[in-house]
Design a binder for this molecule. Structure first.
Ligand code: SF4
Length: 109
């Protein structure tokens, strides 16, 4: 069994390597690493269709309220159509759609 001096000797390693890794795992949101976060302020949407025509792999029209939404596959939370995480191969079209939105309600990054 290792004595107290062994535990103290490992303290610098714990503080500089193990603890930061554990904290990072707890603090980083679930969507991190899964892609670029995208938010649509849906109540400001004018249903122009620009985003789902520019980037149909990520945006679609909600059939109930006609506003833009993130397609289910890329939502951060299934029940929230306003937030998604765009995979790397869709980042360019999502960014273009955000740039073209006439009311600038799509936010990414
Ligand atoms: S481009 Fe903007 S205003 Fe047009 S449908 Fe998409 S989110 Fe709505």
């Amino acid at each position: 069994m290792m004595g107290t001096s062994g535990s103290i000797a490992r303290l610098p390693t714990y503080l500089t390597e193990i603890l930061p890794t554990r904290l990072r795992k707890r603090c980083v949101p679930e969507w991190a690493g899964a892609g670029m976060k995208v938010t649509i302020e849906r109540d400001g949407c004018v249903s122009c269709g620009s985003c789902w025509e520019t980037c149909p792999a990520f945006f679609e029209q909600n059939q109930a309220d006609s506003f833009s939404q993130v397609i289910a596959q890329f939502r951060i939370a299934t029940e929230n159509p306003a937030e998604g995480a765009a995979p790397e191969d869709l980042e360019a079209c999502v960014t273009e759609a955000a740039d073209l939105c006439p009311v600038q309600i799509i936010h990414s990054g």
